[in-house]
Design a protein around this ligand. Sequence first.
Ligand code: BGC
Length: 758
Amino acid sequence: MDPKIKSLVKKMTLEEKVSLCSGSDFWHTQEIKRLDIPSVMMSDGPNGLRKQDPDADVRATSKSIKAVCFPAGVNLAASFDTDTVFRVGEMIGEECRAEGVATILAPGNNIKRSPLCGRNFEYYSEDPYLAGKTAAAYINGVQSKGVGTSLKHFCGNNQEYRRNCYDSRIDERTLREIYLKGFEIAVKESKPWTVMCAYNLVNGIQMSENKRLLTDILRNEWGFEGIVMSDWGAVRDRVKGIAAGLDLEMPGSKGAYDSLVIEAVKNGELPEEDIDRCVERILDYVFKAADDAGQNREWDREKDHLVARDIAGECIVLLKNENRALPVKSDEFTLFVGGFAKTPRFQGGGSSHVNSANTDSVLAAVQYNSKVIYEEGFSAFDDMYDERKFYRAVEASRDVDKVVVFAGLPDSYESEGYDRDHMNLPQVQNDLIDAITKVNPHVIVVLENGAPVTMPWVDKVEAVMETYLCGEGAGTATALALSGKINPSGRLPETFPLRLEDNPSYIDFSGDSNTVEYREGIFVGYRYYSKRKMDVLFPFGHGLSYSTFSYGMMNCDTDKMKDDETVEVTIDVINESEIPGKEVVQLYVEADIPETNVRRAVRELKGFKKVYLEPHERKTVEFILDKSAFAYYDPEISDWYVEPGDYKVEICSNAQTVITYKTVTVVPKKPKKPVYSENSLYVDIIKNPKAAKIARPYFEKYVKECLATRTDDRTDDNINMADHEVELVDTAIRNALNMSYGSITYDEMQELIDKLNG
Ligand code: BGC
C-alpha cells in the first residue's frame, strides 16, 4: 500500500475512519474535508448509465438523467464476442467520465441457474466460462477509460425471491466450478476496482459477513486488490462485515452502525487494524477514482445511440430459419403483428433501468417501406385479449406473403425484485401465433424477452429470431436483421428447455422458506441436459446465420501434455456462401476416462471466437488450452486437479453438436497423492502400482485365510488370486481384518495403512 495512504490513515480519528466505511448518501462515498479526502460517485449499470438526476430530490433515486441504453447482459453474452463487449464497456466508461461518475455498478455476473430468475436479463449465462470472459471484457472496456466497475453480486445470488435472507446451500465443488468460476475469471483477467457482495447468505453465512468468500478466496486466492462494497442495504452486522473484509457499506445509513463499530473497537471486539485495512483500500480507490472522473464533459448521445444499434446487431440470435424464410425479400408483402413492433421491450426493470433518450421501433425503422403493413394483435404492455385486434391480425394475415409476429414478455413479467413463476409468453400471444399459422404458412416470430420462453408453436412457424432485450437500437437492428442487412451472429448463452420442469433446478428453485439447496450440483444448464441426453428446444450455443460455414482440418500441436503445459488448437473456418457473415467457433472439452470415479459434465465450454468471413473466405482460428480446460475442483485436496487420461477437444456448433475433435492425453505434473484408510477399497488400491505391491501380501493372506476356505478342495498351493479378484473388488482394508476370523490382526492392518501412506 502507498506510504502516503498509510500516513493519511494515521492522521484520521477513529470516528473519521469508521465514517469513511459507509457512503454519504445513496451514490457517494464520504468526503472528509479536513484531510482533503474527496467524495466520489457511483451509479448503476450495467446496460447504460443510470445516474441520478442532480436536480431531483436526494430521495428520488429513480429519477435519472437521459442516457443511452445498450443491450442487456444476456445480449452481450449472446454476442459470444469479447470485442463487442469491450466496446460497450468503453462507451459506458466514456459516458461515466463525462458525467463525473467514478464507478459503474456493473457487470452482473451471476449464473442463470433457473430460467425463472427475475434478473436473468442482467446476467450473462448458465456457463461460468462464457460469463467470466464476458464480464472481464466489459470491465476491461470500462476501466480502460479510467472509470471503475463493481463486479456483482458476489455470490450465490441466483434468484430474487427473498433475496435478502435466503441461504444458498452450495457444495464446495459446485461453488468453485459453477458459481465462483465466472467471478474468478473476471477478477483475474480484469482486476475490477470494486466487487459488490450479494444480499443473500452462502452456506449459512450472510455474504456481507462471509470472510471465507470475501477475504480468503476473493483476495488471498484470486489476488483481488480493490474494495468490496455491499449491495444496497445488504449489511446486517457491520462489525462482522468489517472483520470479514467488507470495506464499504452502501448506501450510507447515515451513521446507523458507526457507534456499534466504534464501541466494538473500544472494547477490543474488533481490532482497529481491520478498520485501517478497509480505510486504506477505500482511500486508494477514492483517490484513483477522483483523479480520473472528469465533470460535465460533453458526450454525444446520438453517436452513442448508433453504437448501441450496431452492438444490438451483434447479439441477435437466429434460432430457426426454414425454407430460407429470412431474410424477408424486398418485394414480399409483409404484415407486422404485435405491440412490440411499435413499442419494443428493449431493457429490463429495476436498478438497471436506463432513462433512454432515443428509442426506435421496428415499425419506425420500416416506415418508408410500402410493402409492410401493421396490425397490433396484442398489447406489449399486458396479457389481455382484445378480440377485435386479435381477429383483425388473423384476417390481415391471409393475403400477405409473410407475417412477422413481434412477441415477448411484458415488463411486468420479469424484473429485478421478483422471479417468474412460469416460462410462458402471455397466452394471447401464443394463441395469435397459432391462429395466424392456420391462415398463412409463412410466419416468422421475433422475440423480445430477457430469459427463455416456451414456444408451443415452434414447429408451425418458419423462422424464429431471438433479440432478447436489445437496447435502444433494438428497432433498427431488428429491421436490418429481418431484411438481411445485418447477418445474425449471436448464439444462445443459455439452454431453452422444452418445459420448465426439465430444468435441473426445477424442484429446488426457489427453496423452502429461506433455504435454497443447490441439489443439482455442477449439472447446471447444458451440463445437465447433455448428461441426461435430453431433448431441448434450443441448446446452449445454438444460433444460425444467413451464411453457410464449413470447417477444415483441426490440429492440436501435441497429443500428450502435462498439466503445466499448454496445447495449441487450430482449425480453419470457411464461408461457403455468397453472403459475408460471422461464425462463432466454439471449443468444448470432454473427459474421456471410462474408469473415472469423478462425476463430470459430458462437455464444457473452454473457448470461443467470433470470426468475420467474406464470401468464400477461409480463416484459421487458434485456441491455447491450459490446465483450466481439463481440471475439475477436487474438495479432497482443496484444489483444481487434472485426472490423468484422455480428453476430447471438440469444435462444436452448440453444446450438443460436435463438428470434429482431437484427443489429447493429459497427466498432472504432480499426481494426487491418495490418502489410504481402513475404508480404502482393493479396487482403488490396485490402480496405483506402488500401492498394489504393498497391499498385495495383505490381501493374499485374506484370500488364503478366508475366501479360499469356502471351497472344499482348498490347499495353499492351489490358491489363485485371480479367481478371487471379483470378490475382492469391493473389499475395504478393514473388511479383510473383520472377515479373516482373527488371522489378520489390528496391528497388521495399521501397519499396511501406514506403509501405504508412506
Ligand atoms: C441492486 C444492485 C444495484 C443497487 C443500486 C440493488 O438493489 O441489487 O444491482 O447496483 O441496488 O441501485
